[in-house]
Design a binder for this molecule. Structure first.
Ligand code: GLY
Ligand code: MN
Length: 462
């Protein structure tokens, strides 16, 4: 948790950026896994954490912009809770720690909201991604659970996005820590991964590093010799010499700031000449994007420049032909990289995606492409100092997609389908780092960069 003044200043800034009304924040509740008392690990809502800092279930909060009042709603523990959970600070004591002087039992929230709505006041709220909160909000506002998210406040979303996108120095220090833990996680894999092991053994060791040194993984770990499947969560295969293993994994530390790194390792420790060629294209695109990323340029431009570089690389190895700029404009690169170059990162690994991807990643007036790949770009905005983004180019050989485009006769002037036939068992490659945009450019987050070049990876695995 940060200082009380940090939360007070954040709420003051938010309140000043909205015209009036009441801002309603719902914290998260415990979520049962298989029965009520056996819950998933608790994860607080990130906007609640950002403005109110309290990392426990069963809370809500309001900011009354017109009166300047702030209230945290929550229930003090009773003797039964003390018996099972031990003594806890009162809600009032906890609220005081983040600069909120007024607290009410949670049961008063519905009446508070109904009273405000009855007086014709605007109650701004965020779209809810947990069904219990969706139902709770629907009941409080007299809407159906299905319709309640349609009433989300765009004004509140835009104000929160504007604030949370620009990371404060105290947040950057936390993200650096999360990246250091992510480094330890990946470095463990580089040292451990050997032919004959099952993928899950490596996953377990990596996640053990995070659980020992942080809170949890920032998303379910991807570790697979089928890296062409972008988010492959199966880890049941035996590691085989000569295959590539994509490892996309990150750490969330106790303050809930995240990291997100991808490295692609050659099982057995040595890249084949063909793997080396494709790997070098991707690693070069990753570095090139980091060199380009600076204030004033849009991340859409960086995505396109990195894509162009990869198309040129694929042309050099005979998989692409024709004019590269024409291919880029048509979206040929989408077959090789059907995802975007990166996303915002912070308290969420895909920061604020629950508020709506386009609010977070697109400036007013920026249109989202419908092309495969570019259309999945989650961060297209003009970069400004304080943005934290991922830089994660990749090249994948997805047999079903290649076959489909080939059958459709798609881009036959640009794609060498015949040469691609021998790549059907290649898999995929992704290389991902986390960047902070600075006044003059960017820096990679974390105190050390994970091995990234062919030589560095082979040396680390030796
Ligand atoms: N690292 C997972 C993702 O960015 O989607
Ligand atoms: Mn990522």
């Amino acid at each position: 948790m940060f200082s009380k003044e940090t939360y007070i200043a954040r709420r003051k800034k938010l309140a000043e950026s909205l015209g009036g009304g009441i801002l309603l924040f719902l914290g998260n509740n415990e979520s049962p896994a298989n029965y009520a008392d056996n819950t998933y690990i608790f994860r607080q809502d990130s906007s609640f954490l950002y403005y109110f800092g309290l990392d426990l279930p069963g809370l809500a909060a309001v900011i009354d912009i017109d009166s300047g009042g702030e209230i945290i709603f929550g229930d003090d523990v009773d003797m039964d809770d003390i018996i099972w959970m031990g003594p806890q600070k009162s809600i009032a004591e906890q609220a005081a720690g983040v600069g909120v002087g007024k607290t009410y039992p949670l049961a008063r929230l519905a009446g508070f909201v109904a009273d405000a709505l009855g007086k014709g006041r605007t109650v701004h709220y965020l779209p809810q991604y947990r069904f219990d909160n969706q139902i709770f909000l629907a009941e409080m506002t007299g809407q159906s659970p299905r319709a309640v998210n349609q009433g989300k406040s765009e004004e509140l979303i835009r104000a929160i996005v504007a604030q949370r996108l620009i990371k404060e120095p105290c947040e950057i220090a936390e993200i650096d820590r999360a990246c250091d833990l992510g480094y330890a996680m990946h470095y463990t894999a580089m040292k451990l991964l050997k032919p004959g092991m099952v993928e899950q053994e490596v996953v377990g060791a990596m996640e053990g590093v995070v659980i020992s040194g942080g809170y949890m993984t920032s998303f379910p770990t991807i570790l697979s010799q089928h890296g062409e499947t972008l988010h492959n969560h199966l880890h049941d295969k035996v590691l085989e010499t000569g295959k590539l293993c994509v490892i996309d994994a990150g750490a969330e530390i106790a303050s809930h700031y995240c990291s997100d790194f991808t490295r692609t390792l050659p099982v057995g420790g040595k890249f084949t000449p063909r793997q080396r060629d494709i790997y070098t294209i991707v690693a070069t695109a990753n570095s090139f994007a980091a060199e380009m990323a600076r204030p004033g340029i849009t991340y859409r431009e960086v995505h396109l420049a990195a894509s162009r570089l990869m198309l040129q690389g694929l042309k050099n190895v005979g998989l692409i032909k024709g004019d590269i700029d024409e291919a880029l404009a048509l979206g040929v690169q989408g077959m090789f990289m059907p995802h975007g170059l990166g996303h915002n990162m912070g308290l969420d690994v895909h920061d604020m995606e629950n508020l709506g991807e386009n609010y977070v990643g697109y400036d007013p007036g920026q249109e989202r492409s419908r092309q495969l790949g570019l259309g999945s770009l989650r961060m297209a905005r003009k970069l400004v100092p304080g943005h934290v983004i991922t830089d994660e180019p990749g090249i994948y050989f997805i047999p079903a997609l290649i076959e489909q485009w080939k059958a459709e006769g798609k881009f036959t002037d640009f794609i060498n389908y015949q040469a691609l036939e021998s790549y059907y068992d290649f898999g995929g490659i992704r290389v991902e780092d986390d960047l902070l945009i600075t006044a003059s450019g960017c820096r990679r987050l974390g105190s050390k960069r994970l091995p990234a070049s062919v030589e560095e990876i082979e040396a680390a695995m030796a």
